[in-house]
Design a protein. Structure first.
Length: 164
C-alpha cells in the first residue's frame, strides 16, 4: 500500500488505523508513506505505524520501493467501506486488471467522475505501475494515466476534526 501524505498527520494516522484489519488478514503486507517535503509530524506517524517513508521521490522510485505484486495507491485521509478486502480479493481472482474505487458523494461526483487522480485510489499490478510511473510526474498523474475499472467498493474521506 502506498499512501500519498497530505499536510495533515492526523488524516494519515486515521487512514493507517483503518487498515489494521487488512494487515491482520494478510491482505496488506506493508505500507509506504510518500511526502513531497520532509515533515517531522508525518515521519512520527510513519514510524509509529511501522511504515516506510519516502520524501521527494518520483513515482518510478516509489513503485520500485514496493514488494507486493499488487499495489494500492491512496491519499492520506481516505477511507474504504467495510468489506473492501473481500471485494478486492474477488477482483484479483477474476483477473480484472487495474481498479479504482467508487467515490462516495453527491450525484454529480458519481455521474461525472472526471480525472480522478488519487481521490478514487488505484489498485494496480506492480509491473504495470512501473511502466506507467516512468513518465508520471507524481502519483496523482500516474493514477490518471491508468485505465482502471470501478471496483464495487466506495471510498470516502474521514471527516476533518474540529480543533478547539
Amino acid at each position: 500500500m502506498i499512501l500519498q501524505s497530505t499536510e495533515d498527520p492526523e488524516a494519515l494516522a486515521r487512514t493507517l488505523a483503518g487498515f489494521v484489519p487488512a494487515v491482520v488478514e494478510g491482505a496488506v503486507s506493508d505500507a509506504l508513506i510518500v511526502q513531497a517535503a520532509e515533515r517531522a509530524e508525518i515521519a512520527e506517524v510513519a514510524s509509529a505505524a511501522g511504515a516506510a517513508l519516502l520524501t521527494g521521490a518520483r513515482p518510478a522510485e516509489i513503485i520500485a520501493a514496493t514488494r507486493a505484486p499488487w499495489i494500492l495507491l491512496l491519499e492520506a485521509g481516505s477511507r474504504l467501506e467495510p468489506g473492501w478486502v473481500d471485494s478486492v480479493r474477488h477482483w484479483l481472482e477474476d483477473g480484472r486488471g487495474p481498479g479504482c474505487f467508487r467515490l462516495e458523494g453527491g450525484v454529480f461526483r458519481r455521474v461525472v467522475p472526471g480525472r480522478r487522480g488519487l481521490a478514487q485510489g488505484l489498485l494496480i499490478e506492480r509491473a504495470a505501475a512501473i511502466a506507467s510511473a516512468r513518465q508520471a510526474e507524481d502519483l496523482g498523474r500516474l493514477a490518471r494515466k491508468v485505465r482502471a475499472r470501478r471496483l464495487p467498493v466506495r471510498i470516502s474521506r474521514y471527516p476533518a476534526r474540529v480543533r478547539t
